[in-house]
Design a protein around this ligand. Sequence first.
Ligand SMILES: NC(=O)c1ccc[n+]([C@@H]2O[C@H](COP(=O)([O-])OP(=O)(O)OC[C@H]3O[C@@H](n4cnc5c(N)ncnc54)[C@H](OP(=O)(O)O)[C@@H]3O)[C@@H](O)[C@H]2O)c1
Length: 286
Amino acid sequence: MQITGQTKIVGIIGDPIKHSRSPQIHNAAIAALGLDYVYVPFHVQPDNLGAAIEGFKAINLVGINVTIPHKQSVMPHLNEISREAILIGAVNTLIFNEEEIIGENTDAPGFLQAMREAGLEVPQGGSAVVIGAGGSARAVVVALSLAGVRTIFIANRTVSRAVALAENLSEKIGVSIYGIGLDDPKLPNAVGTSQLIVNTASASMEVAHPLLIDPAWLEPQSIVYDIVYTPPETRLLQAAVERGCHTIGGLGMLVHQGAIAFEKWTGVYPPVEAMRQALQGAFDQK
Ligand SMILES: NC(=O)c1ccc[n+]([C@@H]2O[C@H](COP(=O)([O-])OP(=O)(O)OC[C@H]3O[C@@H](n4cnc5c(N)ncnc54)[C@H](OP(=O)(O)O)[C@@H]3O)[C@@H](O)[C@H]2O)c1
């Protein structure tokens, strides 16, 4: 990589930031395309967020990814925020456009793009179950609602979070969304009659953790999507394969949410295979 006076800068802000794998993923795409860009991680503490944004504007930076803890607090600093990001309540991508800063959230389109890449279709007019009610569940529910799913059950360990998320989003999006507990007697039937089951609960990261749903509830041919990417094939996905379901893990979503941001900054959809390999290399280094 040759940095010159014309090299354009993109990057990521967060606190902490040193564990982010985004620099490897994006710089691999930049190298594969031979673009005159560089992707840099910036450690920005909460008190310095406003100053950092002003500084980025002053140096004509092209774009920034935003990670924890700035995904909400960055919003008042922006001139325009996409509808998806407003519904999700978080911004993960900034585009610096002359004097304007536009905020977007690429998690929802990244989630959908990974499904398309795997040849799987969102059940338009059908129903889905989303397990978990945290930040990523919010992005998934928004993605599915805007993609045409009619009924969504959010099943979460803490019922009140599922109910609050369902009420908040169904009011704004006009889709039937129900919040229930993982022990709710309606859950087996919801899982059995839904064409798509999405896990967003981080319990999937722990291989010894009991499964949050009984695989016997799954209808063969339904799609089971676990957005957790460590491990790449979770125990839920293994059980779903045994039931004859179509399965998809979280690595594709991770790569595509980055790829969509990359395209917004450079105008080019990057080679996702190069990004995937860089991500794999970053995992192997840990
Ligand atoms: N593939 C991707 O691109 C992508 C993107 C974003 C996130 N992720 C992954 O998705 C996972 C969740 O991220 P997040 O940002 O949504 O996290 P979060 O906001 O902290 O939410 C965590 C969710 O997991 C549930 N949970 C945690 N431990 C549990 C347990 N032992 N039993 C049952 N439920 C449990 C929580 O339930 P309570 O409400 O009851 O605590 C909550 O619903 C992480 O593993 C993250 O790496 C992947």
